[in-house]
Design a protein around this ligand. Structure first.
Ligand SMILES: [Zn+2]
Ligand SMILES: [Zn+2]
Length: 261
């Protein structure tokens, strides 16, 4: 089993060290993991508050070793329509195996917090997330998979947290997937939605659509920020992939590796 989305104390919101997370992964029966600490960018924050500096990443991660567990090194970069150069610069500072591109901001507002939702109905607020994702995907190439496509459904300030219905936003979602496929990029199944909204991010219907459109690359990540969630629901996500794709992907040196299920 694989968990390719994990945060550590290198991330501003991580709670455990790489070694603690790796030991938890071994204990959870995982064979390979990838650390994906946050590189986020937003003018409303001090960048230092939401992006690690590479020296801390190197110091915390390099040399961590747990026998029987393969460890890959990655990052979760926050995509915005305007930060292509910043990402190029920051990713060039060390070797990475895997880069998740995630959309955490909408027009530089953070939907995790209540002000974003003031004066918007839920459909408009959710729809804006997919529009922003489209803009970001058109602007960026330096990432390997799109993180948590339906993230907007689980953010804390959402007035009615829910699995995002594909039918509501199907046109935009199809366009997003077509861009990913044309650029040779994959999608992740982020399992952190299960406890919060009862579904993967994104769920089964989305994966089926991605496959139908010609998508081939899918990774699995728990998005754990502490040891207790490492590998959580990974087995369930694998079962879903066994039934839909017949394989799961990991990454090494920014190249997908396909594992038959
Ligand atoms: Zn994220
Ligand atoms: Zn994450």
């Amino acid at each position: 089993m694989f968990d390719f989305h994990l945060h550590t104390t290198v991330s501003y919101d991580g709670h455990n060290t790489p070694e603690e997370m790796a030991l938890a992964a071994k204990a959870a029966g995982l064979q390979e993991i990838c650390f994906t600490d946050h590189l986020d960018y937003n003018p409303n924050y001090q960048k230092e508050e939401i992006a690690y500096d590479v020296e801390s990443y190197n110091a915390a991660h390099d040399g961590v070793c747990v026998p029987g567990l393969t460890i890959a090194h990655g990052a979760e970069v926050g995509l915005t329509p305007w930060n292509r150069e910043e990402i190029q610069r920051d990713l060039s500072l060390r070797h990475y195996d895997f880069v998740i591109g995630s959309v955490h901001f909408i027009n530089d507002e953070d939907p995790y917090f209540p002000p974003y939702w003031v004066g918007k109905d839920v459909d408009t607020a959710e729809s804006a997330y997919f529009e922003e994702t489209l803009k970001c995907l058109k602007a960026h190439d330096n990432f390997d998979v799109l993180g948590h496509l339906t993230y907007i459904g689980k953010v804390r300030a959402h007035p009615n947290r829910r699995a995002v219905a594909l039918d509501k936003y199907r046109d935009m979602v199809e366009e997003i997937m077509k861009i990913l496929i044309a650029k040779g990029k994959g999608m992740e199944i982020n399992t952190s939605g299960i406890d919060r909204i009862g579904d993967f991010l994104p769920g089964k219907e989305y994966l089926q659509l991605y496959k139908q459109l010609g998508g081939e690359i899918v990774t699995i990540g728990s998005d754990a920020h502490a040891t207790d969630r490492v590998g959580q629901y990974t087995a369930d996500a694998l079962a879903l992939l066994r039934d839909t794709f017949g394989y799961v992907c990991t990454f090494r040196d920014r190249t997908p590796v396909f594992h038959k299920l």
